[in-house]
Design a binder for this molecule. Sequence first.
Ligand SMILES: *C/C=C(C)/C=C/C=C(C)/C=C/C1=C(C)CCCC1(C)C
Length: 260
Amino acid sequence: MLPALSIGEYSLVYNLFSFTFAAMFASFIFFVLARPQVASQYRSALIMSALVVAVAGYHYFRIFESWSGAYMLIDGMYQPSGQPFNDAYRYVDWLLTVPLLVAELIAVIALPPKQAGAFTFRLAGAAALMVILGYPGEIAADNGTRALWGFFSTLPFLYIVYVLFTQLGSAIERQPEGARVLVRNIRLLLLATWGFYPIVYMIPFLGDGAALSASVVVAVQVGYCIADVVAKCGYGVMIYAIARAKTTDKELVPAPAVGD
Ligand SMILES: *C/C=C(C)/C=C/C=C(C)/C=C/C1=C(C)CCCC1(C)C
């Protein structure tokens, strides 16, 4: 059951959903228009960026509607209307966008196709598993269940970090010097933005055990909105910057390996 919210609390979430929707929409236009500015081998990375923000934009629109429907203004307070607030939109969104975000990273590095396929498969699979395992905890009413599924979900998350920083690391070392720095940075940005999600997920642990106080509900929605803008729009722009740098600076393009 949702808690009653003050006008300020309700509006903060309402306005942030609206802002996030706008950010996704604007990013979509940017990624579509920016495509011709990068060499053909990096265009798939920009197409994936555009898909990510399109899928997320649609879901934010639905989340926004669900939020408006879940509350009614009565005597200066927003009271639950009885219609549930649908948290599943967020997780369905992640299920589609999170594998695409790792695929973007692999695409912009431009590894040999066989290696790229293997990395994408492993990372996207683990990312999907992480989201699926997190969901039962997100909707749980008690913090014990939340902790348990959060723990299961952290295992594929750690696997992703492991693959990115060990196995992918050695593939990156074979990139030209300038490109290596860019790719290391984007990998750190991915880790930093993704690391924000489990922190938001843990906010209810700060509450009094009843998972859904007003401040907890507001903080979780605000946290996920900010994380989504940085991890999808900001990250996409950084992918674009790498693709652009690799397009204009020939030094950054790996020499084709013998036998490729
Ligand atoms: C655009 C959406 C993105 C990048 C979502 C990323 C989500 C995560 C990295 C979520 C991770 C979680 C854990 C590692 C444990 C607790 C449950 C999750 C699902 C919040």
